[in-house]
Ligand binder design. Structure first.
Ligand SMILES: *Cc1c(COP(=O)(O)O)cnc(C)c1O
Length: 454
């Protein structure tokens, strides 16, 4: 299997090279040359455990990794999940299920992809006798999940910048209490945007980047999207056969990363009826799917902070299909968007998507209602999914984070004090963070001193 860039100006790559490259050199995102068809495999997949299903799915794409090696990498990626089902599907009422995606080490859905990505990176380092230094900036969940994907992996180091005092205390502990020698939590002065600007400058320094084999943490890596397809497939197989053809997945999203994966799975022959794109008050995707206009807005901080995004970086993969896989048209859309901050699609094909938007004023009320009606505690991101459900569909709401990560909002809405043993354990561990100025010179000097090399 080979992978092409959405912008059509990068030679096709095999799986491992596409994963190592991340963003294609022409600025595009990698997609499979052609989508496989799993419709004939669904019967065979029934009854497989999560890791085995993931292996059966990934082997169709990762054809350059020997099958036994891939099976072991995938199996290892789900050993740190604390629920035996990995992604438990829980019935809440008639035509309503919740798919819990937060039983991994950082208690949010990003672990599904970043545990596997960490293993793929480590495998590549070992077989190619290389090292990798991963660098990223985070406002919370992504940094923690990336760190936990690489903890203690030989040949790798990870440096995560975050704005000092501006991530939640629990998120900081998830990054700074690992005790691992290859993990560096860098608390920088200023805002998340300052951290990101510094990072951009460092990645622009080609010589530095090459010297340390620097790689970025971001949500556009091909392996992340593919790993996320698997829980949709797993959930679909767990539904009673009579409900499968009428399922609508309801997906809290900001970057379009999570819901894109489900939609791609549908294109691969799994008969999913539809998808609900559930945004918070940062609603670029809601506006797109209701009006056909894709227009950037200013980010407003919200109670569901991991969806505080106004440019949905994975959306380009949807555009590619929406313009009949014509890379020249993708380039036109992206160029217009870059120049003007907006693009209006003529005859916008919504395909099977619908959308909802949820403001901060609504989130606590929804959490309280779901708790009252179903006895279920939903975190603020998941609550956006519960805003509007369709009575004529089987709704599967994806729960993207543990409520224990957002104790203040949950307590205020329900009176319940959410806890999780892994977070309780963190409170006893020492915080090891490195306080630095958000200046490229300071960050570069730190990396020069701590990077892995051969
Ligand atoms: C990252 C994140 C999201 C949004 O994911 P997308 O990639 O934007 O779809 C939703 N909920 C939680 C808890 C997250 O950490």
């Amino acid at each position: 299997m080979r992978f092409l860039s959405t912008r059509g100006q990068t030679p096709a790559l095999g799986f491992s090279d596409a994963v190592a490259t991340g963003l294609a050199p022409d600025g595009g995102l990698f997609l499979p040359e052609s989508l496989p068809d799993f419709s004939g495999d669904l019967k065979r997949f029934e009854g497989l455990g999560y890791a085995e299903l993931c292996f059966e799915f990934m082997r169709v794409f990762a054809t350059d990794i020997p099958a036994d090696t891939l099976r072991a990498l995938v199996a290892q990626s789900y050993t740190k999940f604390t629920d035996p089902a990995i992604a438990p599907l829980k019935p809440l009422g008639k035509n309503l299920y919740v798919l819990e995606l937060w039983h991994g080490p950082t208690l949010a859905f990003k672990d599904f992809a970043l545990q596997l990505l960490g293993n793929l990176y480590a495998h590549q380092c070992a077989t190619r006798r290389e090292t990798i230094n991963v660098l990223g900036a985070t406002s919370g969940d992504t940094g923690a999940a990336a760190i936990h994907g690489l903890i203690g992996r030989p040949g790798t180091a990870i440096f995560i910048l975050y704005p000092d005092g501006r991530v939640s205390p629990l998120q900081e502990r998830q990054m700074a209490c690992t005790g691992a020698g290859n993990v560096f939590a860098l608390a920088v002065d200023g805002t998340f945007d300052d951290a990101q600007a510094t990072l951009k400058e460092i990645f622009g320094d080609q010589a530095f980047r090459t010297r340390h084999r620097l790689s970025a943490v971001n949500s556009i890596n091909l392996a992340r999207v593919l790993a996320q397809c698997v829980y949709y497939l797993y959930a679909w197989l767990k539904l009673p056969a009579s409900e499968r053809d009428n399922v609508e997945f309801v997906v809290p999203t900001g970057n379009f990363g999570n819901v894109l994966a489900g939609w791609m799975l549908q294109k691969m022959g799994v008969p999913i009826r539809g998808f609900r794109v559930a945004t918070n008050q940062n609603d670029i995707l809601y506006r797109l799917f209701t009006t056909g206009e894709y227009r950037v807005g200013a980010v407003q901080p919200s109670l569901a902070p991991s969806m505080d995004i106004q440019v949905a970086s994975n959306f380009e993969r949807f555009i590619y299909f929406a313009v009949s896989r014509d890379p020249a048209r993708v380039r036109t859309v992206m160029e217009t968007f870059k120049q003007t901050g907006a693009y209006t699609f003529e005859h916008f094909n919504r395909d099977t998507f619908s959308a909802s938007r949820c403001t901060d004023a609504e989130i606590p009320g929804i959490i309280a209602r779901v708790h009252r009606e179903h006895g279920y505690v939903a975190d603020p991101h998941t609550a956006c999914g519960f805003k509007e459900l369709r009575s004529d569909r089987v709704n599967v709401v994806l729960s993207t984070a543990s409520p224990a990560k957002f104790p203040d909002t949950i307590r205020a809405a329900t009176g319940v004090e959410p806890t999780h043993s892994s977070l309780e354990g963190l409170k006893a561990k020492p915080i090891v963070k490195h306080h630095l100025k958000a200046e490229p010179a300071a960050i570069r000097a730190f990396i020069d001193a701590h990077a892995v090399s051969r």
